[in-house]
Design a protein around this ligand. Structure first.
Ligand SMILES: Nc1ncnc2c1ncn2[C@@H]1O[C@H](COP(=O)(O)OP(=O)(O)OP(=O)(O)O)[C@@H](O)[C@H]1O
Length: 601
């Protein structure tokens, strides 16, 4: 079977963009199983809210019965009281049920969202993960999922009830007296008439300025806090403060203008919807109608009791608006993570033969409009060390990150043992390729567990052997509980030490292909030695690739690949390349002058 054929057939895989047409649907799909639950929340909230009108109507009816001339019908009064009390009970039961179902639903939706996020994060390209800060993703899975609470547990029932109750009241009031009903609606109409004033171009402009000024303060504050350490070390606190101070001073002016424009409208709306104003309108209208004899005094009662409720929808729209906005923004961020296209996994993983690594016509860009690798052809033979060199930004890190599938090439293919890496299952891939890159991620677990991550059943001797090879064994013994010390809790390691733990991890994984980035090792002599030692000891049958920054490593390599602008500009044994006196020789000389103490051939 030609294992590479299917991969080559789809060599032009989509670029790693964040857009996924399924994203929007996935949220609807996620909520669909809970449709009945949402319906139950809404129905019980509506029943509860409408039943809540019964006590008010009972009071109205009692008023009418007791104020009417002639003897009181005790049976009728008792029935009215019972209906009112029953309404209250039904209201309590149904609103409690609605709230209970809403919160259960919320728990389930949050669990489903977190499960879906965890599943997606487990399948997104490693490169996408390493580009994001851990805190950013933790916020999405933790805080953002919790922020959907009002959206799921409160909004559906409360919003519907806020509209249904006034509607039912309105219908009832219309049956009592249509003229006073219209008068009772005057405050709502006044408030609604003020809304367009909020949309005037001047108000919108002020709102935009207000938002921009807030964003300015936020970014100045972040910049200030992030730079505190540097400012403390190098002085210049005055300068660092300045941007923050300017931003706050500008905000004062913007806020004053915004408030001057908004305050009269907001106050007008608040006043129109306030209970005293509503009562005033109802009582004035009622008095006029009663004095001209067209309204019975007892008919004023329902308007006094139910009229206040008519303003509820307008108030409901404002109330909780911020919470809902925050929930919507949180949902957007969740949707964004769920929209990241997962790294495709083959249905039937192929088995490689050997561990020769070949790159054929590899092209890649982080963005569509900027290609970082422009057609790389390379063969990395087993038993050799290949040093990748080149100026900063030439694409070295990007190139080596494609081997462990941090990203897939946009064109071309990478094969290990004759099989395209996209046709290997991720388990098989990581059994063959291990890596130590600049950004080392260690877990909050014991040192031993960190080293044995890829080989959980490894014995202590194997773990220690790897640690010795990575020159970290003695340092581990100095930790409070040696190999059992929990990283992050009991101790913090330096960058170089963390790098050597990661190296020990890669060495214990004992994969036939090892990819190293020497960049941070450069600053730390222990790690330099460890990398050098590892390269010398491991060579054997392994395929080693190292982004080499030190001339010593470059000189020790079997092959040097010189990258520039995302293309291989020279390729061969270091001595041959030096003799050719081309790009690599010039690079070598420039590095030697930059680091005069470096050991060179
Ligand atoms: N995660 C990323 N997202 C977007 N662009 C990136 C990302 N990583 C690197 N780049 C861009 O890709 C190009 C190549 O970067 P790369 O890190 O591969 O070069 P390099 O040769 O390893 O550089 P250095 O020696 O400075 O580490 C640069 O233009 C860089 O800005």
């Amino acid at each position: 079977m030609n294992a590479t054929a299917p991969a080559q057939a789809r060599q032009k895989s989509p670029p790693p963009s964040d857009a996924d047409p399924e994203a929007g649907q996935s949220m609807a799909r996620l909520l669909r199983p809970y449709g009945w639950g949402f319906a139950a929340v809404v129905v019980s909230q509506v029943v509860g809210a409408v039943a809540g009108l019964a006590p008010l109507l009972a009071v109205v009816e009692l008023g009418r019965a007791l104020l009417a001339p002639g003897p009181v019908d005790h049976g009728h009064v008792r029935a009215v009281v019972v209906v009112g009390a029953a309404g209250l009970l039904v209201r309590l039961l149904f609103t409690a049920a609605s709230s209970g179902i809403g919160h259960l639903l919320d728990g389930r939706v949050q669990l489903a969202l977190r499960r879906q996020l965890a599943a997606r994060l487990g399948r997104v390209p490693i490169g996408w993960l390493s580009r994001r800060r851990t805190g950013e993703l933790a916020k999405v899975v933790g805080e953002d999922v919790s922020a959907v609470h009002p959206f799921i547990a409160h909004a559906p029932g409360e919003l519907v009830a806020a509209f249904v109750v006034p509607l039912v009241s309105l219908v009832y009031l219309l049956t009592v007296d249509w003229r006073l009903t219209l008068i009772t609606l005057v405050p709502v109409v006044l408030a609604v008439l003020l809304v367009p004033l909020l949309m005037l171009p001047a108000r919108l402009r002020e709102q935009r300025r207000f938002d921009a000024a807030m964003a300015q303060i936020a970014s100045a504050a972040v910049e200030f806090v992030q730079g505190i350490a540097v400012v403390k070390a190098f002085g210049g606190a005055e300068r660092a403060h300045r941007r923050f101070r300017t931003a706050t001073e500008e905000f004062v002016g913007v806020f004053a203008r915004w408030a001057r424009g908004m305050a009269p409208i907001a106050a007008g709306m608040q006043l129109a919807l306030s209970p005293p104003f509503v009562l005033l309108v109802v009582l004035l209208g009622g008095t006029v109608l009663i004095t001209d004899g067209s309204l019975a005094p007892s008919d004023l009662l329902p308007f006094v009791l139910l009229g206040l409720g008519l303003t509820a929808p307008v108030a409901a729209l404002g109330h909780g608006f911020d919470d809902l906005q925050a929930a919507r923004r949180a949902l957007d961020r969740i949707r964004e993570v769920l929209a990241v296209p997962p790294l495709p996994e083959p249905e039937h993983p192929a088995t490689p033969r050997g561990h020769r690594v070949e790159l054929r016509g590899v092209r890649f860009g982080y963005r569509d409009d900027h290609e970082v690798l422009r057609g790389i052809d390379l063969v990395l033979e087993p038993g050799t060390v290949t040093a990748i060199v080149g100026p900063s930004g030439s694409g070295k890190s990007t190139l080596v990150q494609l081997l462990p599938r941090f990203f897939d090439p946009t064109e071309g293919s990478i094969t290990v043992g004759g099989v395209d890496v996209r046709e290997l299952g991720s388990r098989q891939l990581y059994q063959r390729v291990s890596f130590v890159f600049q950004q080392v991620r260690l877990l909050n677990a014991s040192v031993a567990d960190n080293i044995a991550l890829a080989v959980p059943h490894a014995g202590r001797e194997d773990v220690e052997r790897a640690a010795r090879l990575a020159h970290i064994h003695h340092r581990i013994l100095e930790l409070p509980r040696g190999y059992e010390t929990v990283l992050g809790e009991e101790t913090r390691l330096s960058g170089g030490e963390a790098q050597r733990i990661a190296l020990a991890r890669a060495l214990l994984a004992d994969t036939p292909v090892l990819v190293l980035d020497e960049a941070t090792a450069f600053a730390d002599p222990h790690t330099q030695q460890a990398v050098r030692h590892a390269l010398a000891t491991l060579r054997g049958e392994r395929t080693l690739v190292v982004i080499a920054h030190r001339l010593e490593t470059i000189a020790d390599a079997d092959t040097v690949v010189m990258l520039d602008g995302g293309a291989v500009v020279e390729h061969g044994a270091p001595a041959d390349l030096l003799a050719r006196d081309g790009r690599f020789a010039a690079f070598w000389r420039s590095q030697r002058t930059a680091i005069p103490t470096e050991v060179t051939r």
